[in-house]
Write a protein that binds this ligand. Structure first.
Ligand code: ATP
Ligand code: MG
Length: 556
């Protein structure tokens, strides 16, 4: 993993942990990644995963994967499975430390009774709306509920009957009895339990009442012995409540919450609601659409786990909200692929070239390096013959000044093969270009002129008889605006109309016929591509463009 070789950037959490280990507050650290299984993970989650698992790894501790599954109304098994797969794909292991908040429901229930018995929780009969109306505002204190001073025995009896399923959804809740005048709204008698007659994806039909996130999270941390409970900044205001529970319950350990700034990334949206919408409105093909910021999407597109981890390391961890430009993520992907992707020849929009003076039936093989800077990656043979395909835009009959690709009368190098000169074109009756004709210089075998004359342009090609058909999907950013998520505006108006272009008639060198779906290639001069792991088009391989060779957005 790159975390082993890359220098580790320091961050405030690292300093805190170092200090805690040095002064003996902890002998080992335990972190956790706590997704709610109500959707698929996205690149923002990757930041949290890399941080939690990364810190544990770097300090020789461990990180738990814990499903924060307190809301059966929105949670599904499918999400649980996909979350596990995505965390593993990123390269992290939780080993035997896979947990579910729902496994602690009995303990949480006992703790709720404990609060009731100590006069710190009560059963509320007000409706959700009334509770809201009683809550007050940031400048005004809330109003105490008439049920706040219910006797302990009555609270206990009602809460037990809530558990038995005696009351309908929404008719009662259990609230903590803290302080309706607290300047922190989270402490104004927060709801601890609600009634939900719902089947839970992990614990089934056992429960008719479910704890709220706040009542489950810190206590789950305490049960698991989490030392550093790391969450995003929006939970800062929940911290006093997190600590109130730890202070008022006989918990087995004392975790501490730390907050960091979430990842905000330009040219995309990350809210689960919006991602759901993109899928259900069929704006994208699914959660794993290669344009989606989901880990399933970028994985299918061809981003590597190494690149994502490098990205998370590079953006750092701080406590102030900031935006990260999409080009930083793309650059991490590009750097990784530039290093590891074998080079191949592919023609996306082919036009036919005939070399008139090349013997019919002759096939030559040229040695092509798999990586120009890495001889250890070896080479392969590419077949050359009289009929080839080149890229449509590598040919111009009437070129502007400075066009050094194929054009009548001028010599150009066919990569690895020969120098050729265009002699003319053949068009159909409608004027469509059918063929480009050339003559080759037999003395330029390998691509250099025997007399040392300089050839300005080099273009790529494939042999017509030695290439295979492929479909190529050119993916680009899903949104054309850096901040489609800005408040007030409909983010859908910022969708990039050119986020995918399908090229059904591409030609790739023969060796790619049975390409391994896990291999990412550089198509020379074109970009980085991988075989799509899901689709094929009438038996033809489908290649996804992972990223362009250069950043084409910064100029726009
Ligand atoms: P969303 O708000 O998009 O629905 P969430 O925070 O509700 O996401 P969870 O499943 O609760 O989704 O998130 C699991 C963990 O991932 C939490 O600790 C959360 O703080 C963290 N996380 C979520 N989004 C980001 C982000 N953009 N950057 C960093 N961490 C994130
Ligand atoms: Mg959340």
């Amino acid at each position: 993993m790159s975390t082993e070789s890359a220098p580790i950037a320091n961050n405030f959490l690292r300093s805190i942990i170092e200090e805690d280990l040095k002064n003996g507050k902890h002998s080992t650290i335990i972190t956790r990644f706590p997704p709610e299984p109500n959707g698929y993970l996205h690149i923002g989650h990757a930041k949290s995963i890399c941080l939690n698992f990364g810190l544990a790894k770097d300090f020789g501790g461990r990180c738990h994967l814990r499903f924060d599954d307190t809301n059966p109304a929105k949670e599904e098994l499918e999400y649980i499975e996909s979350i596990k797969e995505s965390v593993a794909w990123l390269g992290f292991e939780w080993g035997e430390h896979l947990y579910y908040a729902s496994d602690y429901f009995e303990q949480l229930y006992q703790w709720a009774e404990h609060l009731i018995k100590s006069g710190k929780a009560y059963v509320e009969d007000l409706t959700a709306e009334e509770i809201r109306a009683h809550r007050g505002t940031l400048t005004e204190p809330g109003k105490e509920s008439p049920w706040r001073n219910r006797p302990v025995d009555e609270n206990l009896d009602l809460f037990r009957r809530m558990r038995e399923g005696e009351f309908p959804d929404g008719s009662k809740v259990l609230r903590a009895r803290i302080d309706m005048a607290s300047p922190n709204m989270n402490l104004r008698d927060p709801v601890l339990y609600r009634i939900l007659h719902a089947t839970h994806p992990h614990v089934g039909d056992k429960w008719r009442i479910y704890p709220m996130y706040d009542f489950a999270h810190g206590q789950s941390d305490a049960i698991e012995g989490i030392t550093h409970s790391i969450c995003t900044l929006e939970f800062e205001g929940h911290k006093p409540l997190y600590e109130w529970f730890l202070d008022n319950l006989p918990v087995p350990s004392r975790p501490r919450q730390y907050e960091f700034a979430r990842l905000n990334l330009t040219y995309t949206v990350m809210s689960k609601r919006k991602l759901h919408e993109l899928v259900s409105s069929k704006t994208v093909s699914g959660w794993d659409d290669p344009r989606m910021p989901t880990l399933m999407g970028i994985r299918r597109r061809g981003y590597t786990p190494d690149a994502v981890r490098t990205f998370c390391e590079r953006i750092g961890v701080g406590r102030s909200d900031s935006w990260i430009d999409m080009s930083i993520l793309e650059e991490c992907v590009r750097e990784d692929l530039n290093e590891h992707a074998p080079r191949v020849l592919a023609v996306l929009r082919p036009i036919k070239v005939v070399i008139d003076n090349y013997p019919e039936g002759l096939v030559e093989e040229f040695e092509a390096a798999n990586h120009p800077q890495k001889p250890e990656m070896g080479s392969r043979k590419v077949s050359f013959s009289r009929e080839l395909f080149i890229e449509e835009d590598d040919f111009m009959e009437q070129p502007p000044k400075g066009f050094f690709r194929m054009t009548p009368g001028i010599e150009v190098r066919l990569r690895y093969a020969y120098i050729v000169r265009c002699t003319g074109v053949v068009r159909d009756v409608n004027g469509n270009l059918l063929e480009v004709h050339c003559e080759y210089d037999p003395a330029s075998r390998g691509g250099s002129a025997a007399d040392g004359r300089k050839i300005k342009g080099t273009i790529h090609w494939v042999s017509a008889g030695h290439s295979v058909d492929a479909e190529v999907r050119l993916f680009d950013r899903l949104f054309g605006d850096p901040n489609p998520d800005r408040g007030g505006a409909d983010y859908k108006q910022f969708l990039n109309p050119d986020s995918v272009e399908i090229l059904p008639a591409a030609k790739v060198e023969a060796g790619l016929a049975g390409a391994d779906i896990e291999t990412r290639y550089q198509f020379e001069r074109l970009g980085y591509f991988r075989p799509d792991p899901v689709d094929s088009s009438d038996g033809k391989p489908v290649f996804n463009r992972i990223v362009t060779l250069k950043d084409t957005w910064s100029k726009k």
